[in-house]
Structures are given as structure tokens and as C-alpha cells.
Unconditional design. Sequence first.
Length: 722
Amino acid sequence: MISNLQTPIDYLKGVGPNRADLLRKELGIHTYQDLINLFPNRYIDRTQYYKINQLQQSNADVQVIGKIVGFKEIAQKQGKRLVATFQDDTGVMELVWFRGQKWIRENLKLNTTYVIFGRTNWFNGRFSMPHPDMELLEDHEKSLRSAMQPIYPSTEKLSNKGISNRVVVKIMQQLFMETNGKFSETLSENIRQELKLLSKSEALFNVHFPKNQTLLARAQFRLKFEELFYIQLQLIIKNLIHKSKIRGFPFEHVGIYFNSFFNAHLPFELTNAQKRVLKEIRADLGSNAQMNRLLQGDVGSGKTIVAFMSMLIALDNGFQACLMAPTEILSVQHYNGLIDMCKELKISIKLLTGSSKTSERKKIHEALENGELQILIGTHALLENKVKFKNLGLAIIDEQHRFGVAQRSKLWHKGPPLAPPEGRGNESLPSGEIRGASIPPHVLIMTATPIPRTLAMSVYGDLDISVIDELPAGRKPIKTVHRYDKNRLQVFKFIRDEIAKGRQIYIVYPLIQESEALDYKDLMDGYESISRDFPMPEYQISIVHGKMKPADKDFEMQRFITGKTQIMVATTVIEVGVNVPNASVMIIESAERFGLSQLHQLRGRVGRGAEQSYCILMTGHKLNNDSKTRLKTMVSTSDGFEIAEVDLRLRGPGDIMGTQQSGVLNLKIADIIKDKDILQSARFYAKKALQDDPTLSNIENKVILNTYKALGKYKNIWNYIS
Ligand code: ADP
Ligand code: MG
């Protein structure tokens, strides 16, 4: 019989109310099930036994079989130490105790075979082992504890209150005894056979009491796979539900706007990646489901044109479209770029930002509501309640990591009311699914902060993902170097040479919220010294930072864009999206203070034209290891995904947008970074199970369905399914 794993931990023999309380408070263990899922952090390999004459001074923890043949007490400065002579058939060593000597003398037997375990020292021409772990050979042999000894997660309080690792091991043994080590299977026969997985019972036994390294590895694999499998299953189901429940307007035609742009006005040949992504978007827009797609593309990969052409499809179907960007500078730039592309197409397009004048706003609001305005570009200002669309069909968010989830969902509710626009029959709408609400526009979210695909799958598993993984042809790789502050003169000479060739330069200073005043001072000092080294009228310098009024920022930005200034001194406000193809040098001051993804973003501001571009990372002399790794990574690669992987290793997934909600941080055994191959396989099998049997109602999938439902009920990691 399989016992009920929901039994409270208090009922386990050897636990009792006090220990139960501690286990609950310190480790969150409430039930048998929680205990069984307390996986060891590491193992001490006790598969090896050493003879005394094999011991070496470098031995770490060793295990020896032998007998105590005598005790002696040795006085020392404070108190005394107890020394036992321990021997096997190859030699003699000493065991030493500084505490608990009375107990040792009374309980350890002479001339009886023990297994001792611990770290050895070389002392007085002999090996000695202080405070060894000791066990009678007899007990050692029949103990359930296996050769690989588990070390469980613990807390200071637990060990202070006497719940040592040894106690946890005992409790775990008790659990296996009470349950006969039999646990319900949680994966289907098919999957287990195909991947040659251990059964659940075997896996649990071997993760707690592994017989050897091989079985341990197989047990861990099986449990990691299972953990990731159910997360993926849940995300995929969420996505499917989204698709079947949340209808979007089917954009059936690709019409005059799209086609005439594509045929006559496309400023360049699209890359294959851009074409592929456009196809994916078109397929989404043409289906009945609402599109909810994440477009990832490295800086400069050309996401904007994809966004624009998607908007044209919306327009072709009689809908409006909007594009929201995180900064004023970026929205202005998008607006100017799109105006250019729209010229021949006679599209009405407007810009709405925090600094739009009231009279202008009024006009925009009206034109949006009566449908005259087709495309609206802007900042957060788009989210204001006053902004109402007649029939918003597509909402695009650029650099989405700058926006919160709440803001994303706010755009959703700007869709048209239920009645479809003229010329479309009611029959194309699924009836009664979202009563009284508006129909959400299709949503395209763009980001240049590459998230490793594997992580994206777990974090944004409820979005579909497109990737532009190819840069437009003819881009020269940016040369990146690391220079110390003392090389500044050389760097300035280099800047002069580049300016003489007609190029433009960015010089960026860090801006970190907590020390804003200090950073501001750095920036101003830097600006002054640069003004001295690059004097007017020969050199013109722009400056842009967060404390400036939007209009002033814009003015300075425009001076740089139009080539009136050669140097742009700025804080990270220019990090996202800014596009000035003639700028070919990016100098990042105090580069050690920037995160990797930020450095990569900043570097992406150059290398946008035909000229060779450079990125110079300036730092002081003292660098910690993480900074060194970041700088090295920047110098050695320009692949955003590779950089993202390093970033993830350095910072952990916690800092990446969305991981908090997704539960990937609460993993019990799998590691989202180290186990990405298992994750991929888990996703594959989860997808396959749902493809073959969408409702998981076939007999062989029953176990999956049951486990899935049970997890939903008990586990906090599933809380975010709502
Ligand atoms: P990002 O993906 O970083 O937003 P942009 O859309 O700003 O990149 O594009 C970067 C630059 O590359 C722009 O100047 C754009 O006009 C240009 N570009 C985009 N696609 C292509 C292409 N297929 N061929 C040549 N240039 C392109
Ligand atoms: Mg962009």
C-alpha cells in the first residue's frame, strides 16, 4: 500500500511536536511529502575505504576500518585531550577528542571494529583524525544509509536545536521505513521507457541514499526532469488556454498598405530572420486567437521594421495600431523613422508623450476615437485613461523589460468594444467568451535584452517567442577594448582622429539610482574635462541626462543626430534604442559599474553604419572578479545570447524580469542554468504529450493528469496559475 504523503510531519516516529515545529519554521516541511522533497545539497562519497598506509597528507575526508587498541589522556594548555590509538592491518593512527571525553570513554569499545570517517592531520609523525564520525562496522553494514552520504540543507537554528544532518538522515530513514519506500509513480510509462528513467520510488531512494555515483546521477536526472516537465506542462497549457479562450480579431488580408510598402518602399532587403519572424507574426494575426508574442532580437538586428510592417497588416484590416517605447528619446526616434517610411503610403501617424501640448493631446484623443488616426507612437502617456482607441488592433511594446507587467496588461484593455468594425461579420467572432469587455488587441512585445532561450521558455512560456538571430548584411563587428583610466590621453587622441574622419562619439557615464547625486557630479566633471580637451569651436558637444527637461533633451539629441555636435556626453538614458548610424565610437566610463546587459545595450548604439565602430570600456585599476569577467566577456564576444548566459551565471535568474512570477526560482532540485538540456527535453516531452493527447485523457497519460492536478492543489510553485 502507498501511504498518504499528505500526513503531517508530526506523525512521523522520531519527530514529535518540537522537531515538527522547527522543521516547519526552518525548512517549510509540513508533510511527509515535503520531507521526501527535501533533497540533499551534496554528498560525501563514502564508497572508498582507505588503509592507514594509504593515507596521504592531502587526503580530504577519508574513511578507515579498524580498531581502538588503547586510550590516553594528554594534558595541554587548557584542559586535556583524549587520544585513541587506532589500527588496521597496515598501520597505526590516532583519533583525538577535545570535548565530550567522558562520553567517548564510556561508549566506545576497545578491540571492536569501527568505521571511522573524517579529515586527517599529519601530527607528530602520525596521522590523526579529530572528532571522527564513528560507527560500528556491524551497524555500518546494515544501515540504510548508503555509501554516498547525503548532506541536507540546514539552518543555524536547526543545528543549534540538535537537528543535525545525522538527525535529518535518521528521520528520512524513518520515512522510508514507514512508507516501505513505495511512492506513486508520477511520470507516464512511455516517457520513462523512452528516457530509461528510474521509477519514482527508485529515484527517491537513490537521491537520499545513493548506492553509487551512477545511481545518484540517474536519480537526480529523473527528479529534475520531472520537476521541469510539470513546469513546462503547466506553461504550455496556460498558453493553449490563452489561445482557445482569448480571441483576437483575425486579420485576414494582407492588403494595399503592406503590399505597396513591401513592393515599392522597403528601404533595404529584409534579412532571412526578419522574413521568418514576419511570417510567424502574420500567421498569428491571421488566426482567431489573440497574438501574444515576444520578439527577441539583439541590438541592431532590425526589430523596428518588423514592428512597422506588422502595423501595416493591422491597418490593412481596418484597425489602428500603437507602439509604446520606454523613453521620450526613443519614441521620438521611432516616430521620425516611421514618418519617413509612411510618407508614400499616406498614413496618419502621431506622437504622444509626456511633453505633448494640451491642445495637441486633445486633437490626438479625438482622432483616435473617431478612427482618423491610424498609428500612435509614444511613451507611457499612451496608457492614460483618456487615450481611447476606436479600434486598436495591434499594440507593440518596445524594450519591454522597461515596463512592468501591469503596464503591459493596461494596453490590453484599450481594444475596441465587442462590436466588430464595419464590414466584418459577427460570425468571425466567437460568441460570448469575453462578455462586456473589450477585445484585446494583438500584442507584440519586443526586447533587445536577450534572455537565454531556455530561460525564456520557462519564464515567458505563456508567450510565443520569435527570435531575430541575424544581423543585417554588411555590418562590421564592433571592436571592443578595455582601457584603464591612465590610458586616457591615448583614448582622447583616438577620439580626435575619429572625429577628423567625420565620425561621432558617445561618452557614457553610469547612473545608479542610489547615488544619483554622485553620479551626476561624475557626469558634470566628465563633461567639463571633455570640454577642456575638445574645445569649441572646433568641437561641439551635446549633453543628455535624466535631470533635463524633455524638450532640452530632445534639442541636444537632435543636434547630435543631425551631426551638429560630434560628441554626445550622456548617462544611460541613451541606452535603449537610439539610432545614429554615423556614431562609431562608444566610450563607457566606469564600465565596471555597469551590468553586462547594459554594456551590451550601450555598445549596440554604435556599429549601425558602414564604418568600422569601436567600443572602449574605461575602468579604474582595481577590479573585482565579477567585473573582470564582465569586461572579458564584452571584449571577447558580441553575441547577445552568449552575453546573456554569462550574465545569468553571474547574477542568477532572480534578476531577470519575470523569473519571480514564473516559479523557476523555487525549483527544488533542478537548476535552470545548469540543467538547461534537461529543461529542453522536458519541454519537448510536455509538448509531445499534449500534442498526442490534448486533454491528457488517454489511459497512459492518466498519471500525468493526476500529478498535474495534485501539484496545482498543493504546491506553492503553482500559485501563479490563476
Ligand atoms: P533594433 O532591433 O535594435 O531595434 P533597429 O530596428 O533600430 O534595430 O535597426 C537598426 C538599424 O538597422 C536601423 O538603422 C535599420 O534601418 C537598419 N536595418 C534594419 N533591418 C535592416 C536590413 N534588413 N538591412 C539593412 N539595414 C537594416
Ligand atoms: Mg529598437
